[in-house]
Design a protein around this ligand. Structure first.
Ligand SMILES: CC(C)(COP(=O)(O)OP(=O)(O)OC[C@H]1O[C@@H](n2cnc3c(N)ncnc32)[C@H](O)[C@@H]1OP(=O)(O)O)[C@@H](O)C(=O)NCCC(=O)NCCS
Length: 191
């Protein structure tokens, strides 16, 4: 499924797309490049140091074969420059089957400021709603100001703070927990 959204004041064309089954042509390589750039800039999801390329490739190929994971990528002029995932709980977790986790969201530094993270997040929220999910949860380092602004602007509600959420290069960083009820989410284009 392709969601596109032109920005009036920018020539590059941003779009987001759900990827299924397998990577096409240069997409895996571009996604690995974008991941490396985000890790090097300090906002890589989970990774603190850039892993070997084959480790990254195995990670992304693995994401596509996990049935509970929905992988969305962002593109600028067709080049993959970021991604985000929606993860449903395992089937045995019936009590939390109404919810999903939005995770591993990032845009490569060179592609930021085009509205792609907003488009990605909205695409994931709409996908979640169409899958019958009622609540989307996420957590983020307290230092990721851009992401926190984005989630607040999309009506995520902060409900908790973990004082020892992450350790990055020897420094303990707090984390914030957000949730969004999908009842009021429009199924079509939203901003
Ligand atoms: C957070 C991140 C994904 C934003 O990507 P982006 O494509 O540049 O974001 P967008 O252009 O869609 O901007 C959407 C909103 O994010 C917020 N935002 C984006 N960049 C920002 C910045 N530099 N400072 C403050 N807020 C910012 C704003 O609320 C913005 O809305 P606005 O344009 O109406 O002001 C990107 O900076 C990133 O990858 N950061 C590192 C990884 C990370 O923090 N991931 C989230 C983990 S859960």
């Amino acid at each position: 499924m392709l969601y596109s959204g032109a920005m009036a004041d920018l020539s590059a064309e941003p779009s987001v797309e759900e990827l299924r089954e397998k990577f096409r042509s240069a997409d895996l390589n571009d996604l690995c490049d974008a991941t490396e750039a985000a890790i090097e800039e300090g906002g890589g999801f989970g990774w603190v140091d850039v892993p070997q390329r084959d480790v990254l490739e195995r990670y992304w190929k693995g994401v596509l074969v996990v049935p509970e994971r929905f992988l969305f990528v962002a593109r600028l002029d067709g080049v993959v420059c970021g991604s985000a995932q929606l993860i449903r709980p395992p089937r045995n977790n019936e009590a939390q089957g109404h919810s999903a986790q939005l995770t591993t969201s990032f845009i490569a530094p060179w592609a930021r400021g085009h509205g792609l993270a907003r488009m990605l997040t909205l695409a994931l929220l709409r996908c979640a709603k169409s899958e019958g999910i009622k609540t989307v949860n996420l957590d983020v380092r307290e230092t990721q100001t851009a992401a926190i602004n984005l989630y607040r602007s999309l009506s995520f509600i902060e409900f908790g703070r973990h004082p020892h959420y992450a350790e990055v290069k020897g420094q303990i960083i707090s984390g914030l927990y957000f949730t969004r009820d999908l009842e009021d989410l429009p199924t079509e284009t939203a901003s």
